[in-house]
Design a protein around this ligand. Structure first.
Ligand code: SAM
Length: 214
């Protein structure tokens, strides 16, 4: 892991110019039609909550090379970028269809391990995921997002980070998002110390990005 600089970007993530526009980028095979420049590919914050968290300057604590448990991997848009700069990256997704694309993204990424499993049932993948992961990234867009984060805390090393994207509408479409976020934060604090939280507009409406420590 490299020496921390003033930048909030981990080693292996850079700001590079694509067609005259500065964008976050990682090195790897393209996955979702993103622009490329040689071995670099743009990381689109409109398509990625973690990308938005980095773009908005949140201090995720990511340095590069970490072991990551990623919950809600879908077809691999974000987790493929993570696997480009992190160490072993376990990607949990319970829907079979996106998981097929996730397998394609993993083809060229030997450190990316797709797991077809339910993030609410950690016992389904506990035997595969190494204990003491450095970072849990969660973007499950389902009801009970704080509970999912609490149930997966068991995988985190002491002081490990949770990087969580909370979608208000997944908890309750009828409630004011800021009230939903207050409740989620309160529940999360029963098991985590919240270090930073920020809404992800303009990239993602009614989402809250949270950085927490176990
Ligand atoms: N994180 C992805 C990205 O940035 O590329 C997008 C994730 S999408 C917003 C939410 C995903 O979480 C969906 O693919 C959904 O199937 C998955 N999901 C929801 N509940 C889940 C659960 N309990 N276990 C595993 N995956 C779940």
């Amino acid at each position: 892991m490299g020496v921390r600089t003033m930048s909030n970007l981990p080693d292996g993530v850079e700001r590079r110019s694509f067609d005259g526009t500065e964008r976050l980028a990682t090195r790897g095979e393209p996955v979702y039609g993103e622009p490329t420049d040689g071995e670099w590919r743009a990381w689109n914050p409109d398509r990625s909550k973690l990308g938005a968290m980095l773009e908005l300057g949140m201090d995720t604590g990511l340095e590069g090379g970490e072991t990551v448990l990623y919950l809600g991997a879908a077809s691999g848009t974000t987790v493929s970028h993570v696997a480009d700069f992190a160490g072993p990256t376990y990607a949990v997704e319970f829907a079979a269809r996106p998981a097929r694309d996730l397998l394609d993204a993993a083809d060229s990424r030997p450190r990316l391990f797709p797991l077809l499993a339910d993030a609410r049932k950690p016992e389904e993948y506990g035997h595969v995921v190494e204990s003491d992961v450095d970072v849990v990234v969660q973007d499950v867009a389902t009801r009970g997002q704080a509970r999912v984060a609490l149930e997966n805390r068991q995988f985190l090393a002491d002081g490990g980070r949770l990087l969580l994207a909370v979608k208000a509408r997944s908890e309750d479409v009828t409630r004011d998002p800021s009230e939903v976020f207050t409740d989620v934060r309160e529940e999360l604090e029963t098991g985590y110390e919240i270090l930073e939280s920020q809404r992800l507009e303009p990239y993602h409406a009614d989402h809250l990005g949270i950085v927490a420590r176990s």
